[in-house]
Design a binder for this molecule. Structure first.
Ligand SMILES: Cc1ncc(COP(=O)(O)O)c(C=O)c1O
Length: 383
Protein backbone atom coordinates (compact mmCIF):
# COMPACT_ATOMS: atom_id res chain seq x y z
CA UNK A 1 0.00 0.00 0.00
CA UNK A 2 1.20 3.48 -0.84
CA UNK A 3 2.62 5.62 1.97
CA UNK A 4 1.95 8.77 -0.02
CA UNK A 5 -1.48 10.36 -0.16
CA UNK A 6 -1.07 12.11 -3.48
CA UNK A 7 -4.78 12.28 -4.31
CA UNK A 8 -5.39 14.71 -1.48
CA UNK A 9 -2.87 17.34 -2.62
CA UNK A 10 -4.96 20.41 -3.43
CA UNK A 11 -4.64 23.12 -6.04
CA UNK A 12 -4.49 25.70 -3.21
CA UNK A 13 -1.49 24.02 -1.60
CA UNK A 14 0.32 23.82 -4.94
CA UNK A 15 -0.35 27.47 -5.73
CA UNK A 16 0.83 28.40 -2.22
CA UNK A 17 4.24 26.80 -2.89
CA UNK A 18 4.77 29.41 -5.61
CA UNK A 19 6.64 27.25 -8.14
CA UNK A 20 6.63 28.03 -11.87
CA UNK A 21 4.16 25.27 -12.70
CA UNK A 22 1.40 26.87 -10.64
CA UNK A 23 2.29 30.57 -10.75
CA UNK A 24 2.80 31.23 -14.47
CA UNK A 25 -0.88 31.00 -15.41
CA UNK A 26 -2.77 32.17 -12.32
CA UNK A 27 -6.01 30.28 -11.74
CA UNK A 28 -5.14 27.53 -14.23
CA UNK A 29 -4.26 23.91 -13.54
CA UNK A 30 -0.51 23.64 -14.23
CA UNK A 31 -0.10 20.83 -16.77
CA UNK A 32 2.63 22.26 -18.97
CA UNK A 33 6.21 22.36 -17.60
CA UNK A 34 7.77 18.97 -16.76
CA UNK A 35 7.65 18.91 -12.99
CA UNK A 36 5.58 16.69 -10.73
CA UNK A 37 3.25 17.90 -7.99
CA UNK A 38 4.42 15.23 -5.58
CA UNK A 39 7.30 16.85 -3.70
CA UNK A 40 10.57 14.98 -3.27
CA UNK A 41 11.85 11.78 -1.70
CA UNK A 42 12.55 11.98 2.07
CA UNK A 43 16.23 11.24 1.39
CA UNK A 44 16.47 14.24 -0.92
CA UNK A 45 14.87 16.51 1.67
CA UNK A 46 17.27 15.15 4.30
CA UNK A 47 20.29 15.83 2.06
CA UNK A 48 19.17 19.43 1.64
CA UNK A 49 18.65 19.81 5.40
CA UNK A 50 22.18 18.58 5.99
CA UNK A 51 23.54 21.20 3.61
CA UNK A 52 21.87 23.79 5.76
CA UNK A 53 22.98 22.16 9.05
CA UNK A 54 26.58 21.85 7.89
CA UNK A 55 26.68 25.25 6.18
CA UNK A 56 27.73 23.60 2.94
CA UNK A 57 27.09 26.51 0.63
CA UNK A 58 30.52 26.60 -0.97
CA UNK A 59 31.87 24.88 -4.06
CA UNK A 60 31.19 21.17 -4.28
CA UNK A 61 33.75 19.08 -2.38
CA UNK A 62 35.64 16.68 -4.68
CA UNK A 63 34.54 13.65 -2.68
CA UNK A 64 30.89 14.66 -3.20
CA UNK A 65 31.45 14.74 -6.96
CA UNK A 66 33.14 11.35 -6.84
CA UNK A 67 30.31 9.93 -4.73
CA UNK A 68 27.75 11.13 -7.26
CA UNK A 69 29.62 9.50 -10.14
CA UNK A 70 29.62 6.14 -8.33
CA UNK A 71 25.98 6.62 -7.31
CA UNK A 72 25.02 7.28 -10.94
CA UNK A 73 26.89 4.18 -12.05
CA UNK A 74 25.24 2.00 -9.40
CA UNK A 75 21.79 3.45 -10.05
CA UNK A 76 22.01 2.87 -13.81
CA UNK A 77 23.32 -0.67 -13.27
CA UNK A 78 20.44 -1.45 -10.92
CA UNK A 79 17.78 0.25 -12.97
CA UNK A 80 18.66 -1.00 -16.43
CA UNK A 81 21.64 -3.28 -16.16
CA UNK A 82 24.20 -0.90 -17.65
CA UNK A 83 27.45 -1.07 -15.69
CA UNK A 84 29.11 2.12 -16.82
CA UNK A 85 32.34 2.88 -14.93
CA UNK A 86 32.16 5.93 -12.68
CA UNK A 87 35.24 7.38 -14.47
CA UNK A 88 33.17 7.71 -17.63
CA UNK A 89 30.70 10.04 -15.95
CA UNK A 90 30.98 13.82 -16.00
CA UNK A 91 28.68 16.43 -14.52
CA UNK A 92 26.82 19.43 -15.90
CA UNK A 93 24.28 21.89 -14.54
CA UNK A 94 21.51 20.34 -16.62
CA UNK A 95 20.92 18.16 -19.63
CA UNK A 96 20.54 21.04 -22.05
CA UNK A 97 23.83 22.58 -20.89
CA UNK A 98 25.43 19.15 -21.35
CA UNK A 99 24.02 18.97 -24.88
CA UNK A 100 25.39 22.41 -25.76
CA UNK A 101 28.76 21.36 -24.29
CA UNK A 102 28.76 18.16 -26.34
CA UNK A 103 27.93 19.99 -29.57
CA UNK A 104 30.50 22.69 -28.91
CA UNK A 105 33.38 20.53 -27.78
CA UNK A 106 32.80 17.10 -29.29
CA UNK A 107 31.29 17.66 -32.73
CA UNK A 108 32.66 19.52 -35.78
CA UNK A 109 31.47 23.13 -35.97
CA UNK A 110 28.54 23.67 -38.28
CA UNK A 111 27.41 20.05 -38.47
CA UNK A 112 23.63 19.60 -38.37
CA UNK A 113 21.33 18.25 -35.70
CA UNK A 114 18.82 15.62 -36.80
CA UNK A 115 15.78 15.57 -34.56
CA UNK A 116 12.96 13.01 -34.61
CA UNK A 117 9.75 14.95 -33.99
CA UNK A 118 7.60 15.74 -32.11
CA UNK A 119 10.45 16.68 -29.78
CA UNK A 120 11.24 18.38 -26.48
CA UNK A 121 10.98 22.10 -27.23
CA UNK A 122 14.45 23.38 -26.10
CA UNK A 123 16.23 21.16 -28.65
CA UNK A 124 15.14 23.70 -31.26
CA UNK A 125 16.66 26.54 -29.23
CA UNK A 126 19.90 24.60 -28.80
CA UNK A 127 20.28 24.46 -32.58
CA UNK A 128 19.90 28.22 -32.74
CA UNK A 129 22.27 28.82 -29.83
CA UNK A 130 24.99 26.68 -31.43
CA UNK A 131 24.45 27.84 -35.03
CA UNK A 132 23.46 24.41 -36.20
CA UNK A 133 20.99 23.53 -38.90
CA UNK A 134 18.17 21.49 -37.39
CA UNK A 135 16.55 18.85 -39.56
CA UNK A 136 13.18 17.62 -38.30
CA UNK A 137 12.39 13.99 -39.05
CA UNK A 138 8.79 13.15 -38.12
CA UNK A 139 8.17 9.86 -36.34
CA UNK A 140 5.75 7.55 -38.12
CA UNK A 141 2.46 7.14 -36.28
CA UNK A 142 0.30 4.07 -36.81
CA UNK A 143 -2.85 2.86 -35.03
CA UNK A 144 -0.75 0.95 -32.55
CA UNK A 145 2.44 2.88 -32.02
CA UNK A 146 5.23 5.16 -33.10
CA UNK A 147 8.05 4.08 -35.40
CA UNK A 148 11.35 5.64 -36.38
CA UNK A 149 11.56 6.74 -40.02
CA UNK A 150 14.95 5.14 -40.69
CA UNK A 151 15.00 6.13 -44.35
CA UNK A 152 14.36 9.78 -43.58
CA UNK A 153 17.03 9.73 -40.87
CA UNK A 154 19.44 8.10 -43.29
CA UNK A 155 18.71 10.85 -45.82
CA UNK A 156 19.17 13.61 -43.21
CA UNK A 157 22.42 12.40 -41.61
CA UNK A 158 25.86 13.47 -42.88
CA UNK A 159 29.29 12.68 -41.39
CA UNK A 160 29.67 14.43 -38.03
CA UNK A 161 25.94 15.17 -37.72
CA UNK A 162 24.27 14.64 -34.35
CA UNK A 163 21.13 12.57 -34.11
CA UNK A 164 19.12 13.32 -30.99
CA UNK A 165 17.66 10.21 -29.44
CA UNK A 166 15.25 11.03 -26.65
CA UNK A 167 14.53 7.79 -24.80
CA UNK A 168 11.97 7.66 -23.21
CA UNK A 169 10.73 10.10 -25.83
CA UNK A 170 9.32 13.40 -24.63
CA UNK A 171 6.53 14.22 -25.66
CA UNK A 172 5.20 10.92 -27.08
CA UNK A 173 6.24 8.70 -24.16
CA UNK A 174 7.77 6.02 -26.38
CA UNK A 175 10.33 3.65 -24.82
CA UNK A 176 12.56 2.26 -27.56
CA UNK A 177 13.11 -1.46 -27.97
CA UNK A 178 16.38 -3.21 -28.73
CA UNK A 179 15.62 -4.00 -32.38
CA UNK A 180 14.69 -0.40 -33.07
CA UNK A 181 17.84 0.92 -31.42
CA UNK A 182 20.10 -1.56 -33.22
CA UNK A 183 18.61 -0.65 -36.57
CA UNK A 184 19.07 3.03 -35.74
CA UNK A 185 22.70 2.35 -34.87
CA UNK A 186 23.29 0.86 -38.32
CA UNK A 187 21.97 4.01 -39.96
CA UNK A 188 24.08 6.26 -37.72
CA UNK A 189 27.21 4.20 -38.33
CA UNK A 190 26.67 4.06 -42.10
CA UNK A 191 26.63 7.87 -42.12
CA UNK A 192 29.58 8.30 -39.70
CA UNK A 193 27.26 10.39 -37.53
CA UNK A 194 26.88 10.69 -33.75
CA UNK A 195 24.09 10.25 -31.24
CA UNK A 196 23.18 12.44 -28.31
CA UNK A 197 21.08 10.14 -26.16
CA UNK A 198 18.89 12.10 -23.77
CA UNK A 199 17.81 9.60 -21.12
CA UNK A 200 16.58 12.04 -18.50
CA UNK A 201 13.28 10.15 -18.21
CA UNK A 202 14.97 6.72 -17.99
CA UNK A 203 13.76 5.87 -14.45
CA UNK A 204 10.15 6.71 -15.38
CA UNK A 205 9.05 3.70 -17.44
CA UNK A 206 5.90 1.69 -16.85
CA UNK A 207 5.76 -2.09 -16.77
CA UNK A 208 6.18 -3.98 -19.06
CA UNK A 209 8.38 -1.39 -20.81
CA UNK A 210 12.07 -1.51 -19.95
CA UNK A 211 14.62 1.24 -20.50
CA UNK A 212 17.61 0.26 -22.63
CA UNK A 213 20.52 2.70 -22.58
CA UNK A 214 21.53 3.17 -26.23
CA UNK A 215 25.27 3.50 -25.56
CA UNK A 216 25.14 0.31 -23.49
CA UNK A 217 23.97 -1.84 -26.42
CA UNK A 218 27.38 -2.63 -27.90
CA UNK A 219 30.84 -1.19 -28.68
CA UNK A 220 29.60 0.60 -31.77
CA UNK A 221 26.86 2.52 -30.00
CA UNK A 222 29.20 3.26 -27.09
CA UNK A 223 31.71 4.78 -29.50
CA UNK A 224 29.36 7.08 -31.39
CA UNK A 225 27.24 8.26 -28.44
CA UNK A 226 27.20 10.71 -25.58
CA UNK A 227 24.47 10.05 -23.03
CA UNK A 228 22.93 12.59 -20.71
CA UNK A 229 20.70 11.93 -17.75
CA UNK A 230 19.71 13.50 -14.42
CA UNK A 231 17.61 12.83 -11.37
CA UNK A 232 15.72 16.01 -12.15
CA UNK A 233 12.63 14.42 -13.78
CA UNK A 234 12.23 11.13 -11.87
CA UNK A 235 13.09 12.65 -8.51
CA UNK A 236 11.53 16.02 -9.24
CA UNK A 237 14.51 18.28 -8.58
CA UNK A 238 15.13 20.24 -11.83
CA UNK A 239 15.76 23.45 -9.87
CA UNK A 240 18.79 21.93 -8.16
CA UNK A 241 20.83 21.95 -11.36
CA UNK A 242 22.78 18.77 -11.65
CA UNK A 243 22.99 16.44 -14.66
CA UNK A 244 25.27 13.56 -15.58
CA UNK A 245 26.99 13.10 -18.90
CA UNK A 246 28.17 9.59 -19.73
CA UNK A 247 31.11 9.55 -22.11
CA UNK A 248 31.62 6.09 -23.56
CA UNK A 249 34.11 7.12 -26.23
CA UNK A 250 37.72 7.45 -24.96
CA UNK A 251 38.53 10.33 -27.32
CA UNK A 252 35.48 12.23 -26.08
CA UNK A 253 36.71 11.75 -22.53
CA UNK A 254 40.14 13.13 -23.40
CA UNK A 255 38.72 16.19 -25.16
CA UNK A 256 36.18 16.75 -22.39
CA UNK A 257 38.91 16.64 -19.74
CA UNK A 258 40.86 19.35 -21.60
CA UNK A 259 38.06 21.67 -22.66
CA UNK A 260 34.93 21.28 -20.62
CA UNK A 261 35.72 22.13 -17.02
CA UNK A 262 33.26 24.99 -17.05
CA UNK A 263 30.42 22.69 -18.08
CA UNK A 264 31.21 20.09 -15.40
CA UNK A 265 31.90 22.75 -12.78
CA UNK A 266 28.43 24.23 -13.20
CA UNK A 267 26.65 21.41 -11.39
CA UNK A 268 25.47 22.85 -8.08
CA UNK A 269 26.58 21.51 -4.73
CA UNK A 270 22.97 21.03 -3.48
CA UNK A 271 22.19 19.30 -6.75
CA UNK A 272 25.15 16.94 -6.39
CA UNK A 273 24.29 15.96 -2.82
CA UNK A 274 20.54 15.66 -3.49
CA UNK A 275 21.10 13.59 -6.62
CA UNK A 276 23.41 11.22 -4.76
CA UNK A 277 20.74 10.82 -2.07
CA UNK A 278 18.06 10.21 -4.71
CA UNK A 279 20.11 7.60 -6.55
CA UNK A 280 21.25 5.76 -3.43
CA UNK A 281 18.21 6.04 -1.16
CA UNK A 282 15.27 7.04 -3.34
CA UNK A 283 14.16 3.65 -4.68
CA UNK A 284 11.05 3.20 -2.54
CA UNK A 285 9.79 6.72 -3.25
CA UNK A 286 10.48 6.31 -6.97
CA UNK A 287 8.59 3.00 -7.07
CA UNK A 288 5.56 4.62 -5.43
CA UNK A 289 5.63 7.61 -7.74
CA UNK A 290 6.01 5.43 -10.82
CA UNK A 291 3.05 3.28 -9.72
CA UNK A 292 0.94 6.41 -9.17
CA UNK A 293 1.95 7.82 -12.56
CA UNK A 294 1.04 4.55 -14.21
CA UNK A 295 -2.37 4.79 -12.53
CA UNK A 296 -2.67 8.36 -13.82
CA UNK A 297 -1.69 7.24 -17.30
CA UNK A 298 -4.42 4.59 -17.28
CA UNK A 299 -6.95 7.01 -15.79
CA UNK A 300 -6.10 9.55 -18.49
CA UNK A 301 -6.61 6.90 -21.17
CA UNK A 302 -10.10 6.24 -19.77
CA UNK A 303 -10.88 9.96 -19.50
CA UNK A 304 -9.84 10.60 -23.07
CA UNK A 305 -11.90 7.65 -24.29
CA UNK A 306 -15.01 9.01 -22.59
CA UNK A 307 -14.62 12.77 -22.70
CA UNK A 308 -12.50 13.42 -25.79
CA UNK A 309 -13.77 10.90 -28.35
CA UNK A 310 -12.31 12.81 -31.31
CA UNK A 311 -8.83 13.04 -29.78
CA UNK A 312 -6.15 10.58 -30.78
CA UNK A 313 -3.63 9.51 -28.22
CA UNK A 314 -1.34 6.57 -27.56
CA UNK A 315 -0.82 5.79 -23.86
CA UNK A 316 2.83 6.57 -23.06
CA UNK A 317 5.15 3.74 -22.00
CA UNK A 318 7.26 6.16 -19.96
CA UNK A 319 7.50 9.81 -18.80
CA UNK A 320 4.53 11.70 -17.35
CA UNK A 321 3.72 13.47 -20.57
CA UNK A 322 0.81 12.76 -22.88
CA UNK A 323 0.67 13.82 -26.52
CA UNK A 324 -2.87 14.54 -27.64
CA UNK A 325 -3.85 14.96 -31.26
CA UNK A 326 -6.83 17.33 -31.32
CA UNK A 327 -7.04 17.85 -35.07
CA UNK A 328 -10.28 15.85 -34.97
CA UNK A 329 -11.78 18.94 -33.32
CA UNK A 330 -10.62 21.17 -36.16
CA UNK A 331 -7.84 22.76 -34.10
CA UNK A 332 -4.41 23.69 -35.46
CA UNK A 333 -2.68 26.61 -33.69
CA UNK A 334 -3.17 28.55 -30.46
CA UNK A 335 -4.39 25.53 -28.48
CA UNK A 336 -2.45 26.32 -25.32
CA UNK A 337 -3.88 29.82 -25.19
CA UNK A 338 -7.36 28.52 -25.96
CA UNK A 339 -7.27 26.00 -23.11
CA UNK A 340 -5.69 28.42 -20.70
CA UNK A 341 -8.27 31.11 -21.45
CA UNK A 342 -11.36 28.91 -21.86
CA UNK A 343 -10.63 25.87 -19.69
CA UNK A 344 -8.23 27.15 -17.05
CA UNK A 345 -5.70 24.45 -17.93
CA UNK A 346 -2.12 25.36 -18.84
CA UNK A 347 -0.72 22.86 -21.39
CA UNK A 348 2.15 22.99 -23.90
CA UNK A 349 1.42 24.06 -27.48
CA UNK A 350 2.19 21.11 -29.73
CA UNK A 351 3.65 23.30 -32.47
CA UNK A 352 6.57 24.07 -30.12
CA UNK A 353 7.53 20.40 -30.46
CA UNK A 354 8.01 20.69 -34.22
CA UNK A 355 6.07 21.18 -37.42
CA UNK A 356 4.17 17.95 -36.86
CA UNK A 357 2.87 19.30 -33.56
CA UNK A 358 0.26 21.52 -35.14
CA UNK A 359 -3.16 20.63 -33.68
CA UNK A 360 -1.62 18.80 -30.71
CA UNK A 361 -1.03 19.54 -27.05
CA UNK A 362 1.38 18.07 -24.53
CA UNK A 363 -0.29 17.43 -21.20
CA UNK A 364 1.72 16.80 -18.03
CA UNK A 365 -0.23 14.17 -16.09
CA UNK A 366 1.99 14.24 -12.96
CA UNK A 367 -0.95 15.86 -11.18
CA UNK A 368 -2.93 14.66 -8.16
CA UNK A 369 -5.53 12.38 -9.80
CA UNK A 370 -8.59 14.51 -8.94
CA UNK A 371 -6.91 17.51 -10.58
CA UNK A 372 -6.08 15.40 -13.63
CA UNK A 373 -9.76 14.48 -13.92
CA UNK A 374 -10.74 18.12 -13.58
CA UNK A 375 -8.20 19.21 -16.19
CA UNK A 376 -9.52 16.79 -18.82
CA UNK A 377 -13.15 17.60 -17.98
CA UNK A 378 -12.43 21.28 -18.43
CA UNK A 379 -10.55 20.71 -21.70
CA UNK A 380 -13.50 18.68 -22.98
CA UNK A 381 -15.93 21.47 -22.09
CA UNK A 382 -13.80 24.03 -23.93
CA UNK A 383 -13.90 22.06 -27.18
C1 LIG B 1 13.81 15.09 -22.73
C2 LIG B 1 14.24 16.19 -21.83
N1 LIG B 1 15.50 16.61 -21.86
C3 LIG B 1 15.94 17.60 -21.06
C4 LIG B 1 15.09 18.21 -20.19
C5 LIG B 1 15.57 19.34 -19.35
O1 LIG B 1 16.43 18.90 -18.44
P1 LIG B 1 17.41 19.90 -17.71
O2 LIG B 1 16.55 20.75 -16.83
O3 LIG B 1 18.31 18.98 -16.99
O4 LIG B 1 18.08 20.68 -18.82
C6 LIG B 1 13.76 17.80 -20.09
C7 LIG B 1 12.84 18.45 -19.17
O5 LIG B 1 11.66 18.28 -19.22
C8 LIG B 1 13.33 16.76 -20.94
O6 LIG B 1 12.07 16.32 -20.91
Amino acid sequence: MSMLDLDSITQESLVAKGGRKWSSFPGSIGAFIAEMDFGVAPAVRQALREIDDRDLFGYAPYDATADLKSATSTFYAGHCGWAVPAEHIELASDVIAAFIGVLTHLTPAGTPIVLPTPAYMPFFEVAQATDRELIEVPMIRSETGWAIDYEAIDAALVPGATLVLCNPHNPIGKVYGEDELLRLAEVVEANRARVFSDEIHAPLVFDPARHLPYAGLNETTAAHTTTATAASKAFNIPGLKCAQLILTNPEDRAVWARRSGFVSGAASNPGILATTAAYTQGAVWLAEITAYLKGNRDHLTDLIGTLLPNATYLPPEGTYLAWLDLRGYGLSEGLAKHFNDRAGVAVTEGRLCGQVGSGHIRLNFALPRPLLTEAVERIAQAL
